[in-house]
Design a protein around this ligand. Structure first.
Ligand code: FMN
Length: 280
């Protein structure tokens, strides 16, 4: 096991979870694990273009991800047209990285292909219910995550953009998505301009369980996480100050509670139904 990879894993565990002094088990490919643990989102990129043959390789890696029942219900659309990129940028003015990134992709769930296959084979499609939407969404999410990790292995940085779903109808029209195909997230891709930062996560004691779901001492764990995260990576800005005032201590839980105190994307269900899904 390489010393360098071991040191990277220990450092990432400490920064991400506040776990230190851990003994590591034997790891045949410690470098790959180190890269996963060091994941970070990049929102600023150099002007270096991303080669098409590299993108093709990353598409192949991403679409090698596991797929529910081998149904393969995810697609990737590259938005190459400058006017389409600008149109998406205009929808998301507070996310300039959407137009600045050398590459912008949209990961879609696709429940259309299987319906067309059923019709090609003269069979009825008897699974028009919520699970059809859910399965395609999960597949697209797995492909998205696999792409992000493949991109990191190629020295690239990425930022997923779920904010495109704030404008699902517009994005759908722009990309000419047919019924049963829907956007899950956009993805900015490019060579990182800044060194990434490891964003602390909730403690594993809160998010992993054995045999049964157990929240333990929920409030104490959230408060401890707020403090740990604030020490490592304090928030630069507070949300909705006009509504809630400026907090003396502003941690993750206050930020997320403020964020979700206002409705967001409440029309997404209507969009999904309009794409043909029966969500019963
Ligand atoms: C599905 C998904 C959607 C996201 N949407 C956005 C987005 O719309 N805009 C953005 O700037 N970041 C977006 N992000 C990035 C998250 O904000 C980021 O992953 C989170 O803050 C944790 O940071 P890290 O990835 O560096 O650990 C998204 C991430 C995921 C997985």
């Amino acid at each position: 096991m390489s010393q360098d990879a071991t040191a990277r894993i220990l450092r990432a565990l400490d920064r991400r979870f506040g776990v230190s002094g851990k003994e590591l088990p034997p790891l045949p490919d410690a470098a790959a694990l180190a890269r996963l643990l060091e994941h970070n989102t990049h929102r600023r990129y150099t002007a270096t273009p991303v080669r098409d043959d590299l993108l093709d390789l990353l598409y192949a890696a991403a679409l090698s991800a596991p797929s529910k029942s081998d149904l393969q219900q995810a697609d990737i659309i590259r938005v190459r047209s400058v006017s389409k990129r600008q149109a998406i940028g205009r929808l998301l003015p507070d996310m300039p990285w959407v137009v600045e990134a050398p590459v912008f992709l949209v990961f879609c769930g696709n429940s259309r292909r299987i319906r067309r296959v059923a019709s090609m084979r003269g069979k009825q499609f008897a699974n028009d219910h919520l699970d059809a939407f859910f399965n395609a969404t999960v597949d697209a999410g797995i492909v998205l995550a696999t792409f992000i990790h493949a991109a990191a292995a190629a020295g690239l940085g990425a930022c997923a953009i779920s904010a495109i779903r704030n404008h699902a109808h517009d994005i759908s029209d722009l990309l000419e998505l047919p019924p049963w195909v829907f956007p899950v997230a956009g993805l900015c891709v490019g060579y990182p301009d800044l060194k990434g930062r490891i964003v602390p996560r909730l403690p594993l004691s809160l998010t992993t369980h054995t045999d049964r779901y157990d929240e333990g001492d929920f409030a104490a764990q959230i408060e401890a996480y707020d403090r740990r995260r604030d020490t490592a990576l304090p928030y630069a800005n507070q949300q909705l100050v006009e509504l809630y005032g400026r907090a003396g201590f502003y941690g993750w839980s206050e930020d997320k509670a403020r964020q979700y105190s206002e409705p967001m994307r409440a029309d997404f269900g209507a969009y999904v139904r309009n794409q043909g899904f029966d969500l019963t």
